[in-house]
Design a protein around this ligand. Sequence first.
Ligand SMILES: [Zn+2]
Length: 416
Amino acid sequence: MQNIIDRFISYVTIDTQSDPKSDATPSTAKQWILANRLVEELKDIGMQDVSVDEYGYVMATLPANTDEEVPVIGFISHMDTSPDFNGTNVKPRIIEKYNGKDIVLHEKENIILSPRYFEDLLLYKGQTLIVTDGTSLLGADDKAGITEIVTAMEYLIGHPEIKHGKIRIAFTPDEEIGRGAAKFNVEKFGAEWAYTMDGSQIGELEYENFNAAGVTVTIKGKSVHPGYAKGKMVNSMVIANKFANMLPPRETPQQTEGTEGFFHFSHITGDVEKTVLEGIVRDHDFDKFEARKELLQKITNELNFKHGHVISLEIKDQYYNMKEKIEPVFHIVEIAEEAMRDAGIEPLIKPIRGGTDGSQLSYMGLPCPNIFAGGHNFHGKYEYIPVESMQKAIEVIVKIARRTAERYGASSAENN
Ligand SMILES: [Zn+2]
């Protein structure tokens, strides 16, 4: 257990926060520090073809140890941490045998990690938790994933009696700003399918996510002296308000769950002359997703008919539900489920109300479900991770390698 803790701490104490305002890849130069470190470490543990490309994507190979024709599989996690919260000077603390009570993260500022608010904590009574000091995020998202992949590879190298095909691993920059898959070289990676180790609670297995689009509604008005405006003024803010009110009132983020979709306006700027509404459209079902976009167009047309051509609508697809790409190769989910049960974990399969790098990679030709990495409360000071969940994730990676080999005729010795 100590080697997992040490490895995890060695990663989270390197600041790798990404920056959405930068156009470079990686978006912040400091991500190179971890990338270069991982290259050295992967060579040290005996991985082959260890490389880092010009964009900071680290890749490496664990060669097959069987002659059977087993498909190449991959494991992926991301190196950056969220720009939403401080990632500098992370000072992780270890809580041994967690007693189920409040954990004081920062005494002076009275920052407390409490199971009264974060009930999930009670799942981990008696376990070893890693928490923050209340001034930064922890970075378990997704340095837990990196820890797990590196440790699992080290384990497989040390246990040649466990038969596996060729395994590829990759660590990406800039996932938190939506660009983790952007410059991912799928061809170079060369895996038939992969798993991102980027989920939260132990047992999570995800292969469905939203179809997603960004929406910008620009409304042009006509400003006239209000005292002499009769029949002349067009107030763009009033039309923006009409637009928003023509959407189904219950289909908002705060009123939906599971696979229910929504419209969401997240930003507005405006005056009489011009108002810009920015928002998003989300739906797991592709036809409903298309229908949502059509509704926006219909409202635009209606209001344009009524007020003269005042609205321009821009809709940009952002990502799609990976389910479409996973269903034809569903054995890759079954292998992960079997591996979890082998490790004594009941899979928690649920649709993601968001997207992952895996959804984009799936559409780039690399089907890529998402597996738990074990952390909770990502992107903030209450982030924590039980070490036991990391141990289980490592076991799941090892079992996936083994199960995949077995499906294609390479079996390991008993009791491994
Ligand atoms: Zn993540």
